[in-house]
Design a protein around this ligand. Structure first.
Ligand SMILES: NC(=O)NCCC[C@H](N)C(=O)O
Length: 408
């Protein structure tokens, strides 16, 4: 089936997940802040929770692809292996001697083992040095807690490192140093894995900062882009130019969000649960605004606004109103459940979504509004501050409008 996504809610056909693994075991109280986790997850339990998430999706007919498997298959392609190895060695922290030593180490790994190292990183003690395999000054002076190759514990949030608009993938430009290397992996998969052969990219990591958690496909042709802690206005403008040039959207709604950890992406405060309904954090629902960007006749993005987000969105989506299901009965409950990713649902189809079970009030509100919630446990997964939407990158959704000619 061709990869194609034109909404947040069309029936989900295929999704990209990453089953968390040894990279989570790299987290310690010394590094969890810089690695963007709020606690130290229990790895085995996080894997069980993630397996239950994947099972729930499969039980609803969704094809689940794993990033680790795709990466190992990609690394069987000589060009991909060379490119990813070169990238990881191109780190000024290493210096020449250690770089040679790491290159030797990687050379002997089969594609699966190399994929594991690219994801989990390489700890100081895992690189064996000896008189004939010296690590040099850099290795000697490294703290034993330092990583020779940094781990990627946030890879499980596959939403952020890539997204799809129509039949094109966007490989994003991640803002936080702890996450930047993730897109070398997603980029290599889309460029070299046979499953994705011929895929054109609508965004690339060299461009201005833009993260997938900020990109919401409100309706065919209408894309909302949050700008805040991660995505910059320049990233939103760049995406607008590129989707307009490719004919993938007619309107981009640029939505300023507070530059805070709790609202790091637009999908932490707002996700879609029906073709005309959003689940929104009530403490911001009334105040969120949007700038409407359309393509001018000269191809330049034309900006209008700001206007209240819900009004601008309804107008762009050609709706009388965009229905809002808010997440809490009182501001404190709403704040608690927003922090625990209550707003971060993944729609499997209109009115059917996955959410964390712990967000009792939010899920009750959804049920009252006629939205079925498949509840999953997320006590460990949530320690990275991400929910079901963050942990999934849809590759195929049933179009809400017929696919353009040529994308069967
Ligand atoms: N779309 C999302 O909100 N993704 C969650 C990302 C969590 C991750 N620990 C981060 O800080 O980037």
């Amino acid at each position: 089936m061709a990869h194609y996504v034109d909404s947040e809610v069309g029936r989900l056909g295929t999704v990209l997940l990453h089953r968390p693994g040894p990279e989570l075991a790299r987290l310690t109280p010394r590094n969890n802040d810089s690695l963007l986790f709020d606690a130290i997850p229990w790895v085995g339990r996080a894997q069980e929770e993630h397996d239950a998430f994947a099972r729930a999706l499969r039980e609803h007919g969704v094809e689940v692809l794993y990033l680790g498997t795709l990466l190992a298959e990609t690394l069987a392609v000589a060009d991909a292996r060379a490119e990813l190895t070169e990238h990881v060695l191109d780190d000024p922290r290493l210096g020449d001697t250690l770089r040679r030593r790491v290159a030797d180490h990687l050379t002997y790994l089969d594609p699966g083992a190399l994929a594991d190292v690219l994801i989990a990183g390489l700890a100081h003690e895992e690189l064996h040095t000896s008189w004939d395999r010296p690590g040099g000054l850099v290795y000697t002076l490294m703290d034993r807690h330092d990583f020779v190759i940094d781990p990627l514990p946030n890879l499980l949030f596959t939403r952020d490192s890539s997204f799809w608009v129509g039949d094109r993938a966007g490989v994003t430009s991640l803002a936080m140093p702890a996450r930047r290397r993730e897109t070398t992996l997603t980029g290599a998969i889309y460029r070299h894995h046979p499953r994705f052969s011929g895929t054109e990219l609508v965004y690339r990591p060299e461009l201005e900062h833009l993260e997938g958690g900020d990109v919401l496909l409100l309706a065919p042709g209408v894309v909302a882009v949050g700008v805040g802690e991660r995505t910059t206005p320049a990233g939103a403008e760049r995406l607008a130019r590129r989707v307009f040039a490719a004919g993938l959207a007619h309107t981009i709604l640029v939505v300023p969000i507070a530059q805070e950890r709790a609202t790091m992406h637009l999908d932490t405060v707002c996700t879609m649960v029906d073709v005309d309904a959003v689940l929104m954090y009530p403490n911001v629902a009334g105040s969120l605004s949007a700038y409407t960007v359309i393509a001018g006749s000269d191809g330049e993005p034309q900006v209008d606004g700001p206007a209240p987000f819900l009004r601008a969105a309804a107008d762009a989506m050609d709706l009388d109103v965009l229905r809002v299901i808010d997440t809490g009965l009182d501001p404190v409950t709403a704040e608690r459940e927003q922090w625990d990713d209550g707003n971060n649902t993944l729609a499997i189809a209109p009115r059917l979504c996955v959410g964390y079970e712990r967000n009792v009030e939010t899920n009750a509100q959804l049920a009252r509004a006629g939205i079925e919630v498949i509840e999953i446990a997320g006590s460990e997964l949530g320690s990275g501050r991400g929910g079901p939407r963050c942990m999934s990158c849809p590759l195929v959704r049933e179009p809400l409008r017929p696919a353009p000619v040529g994308t069967d």
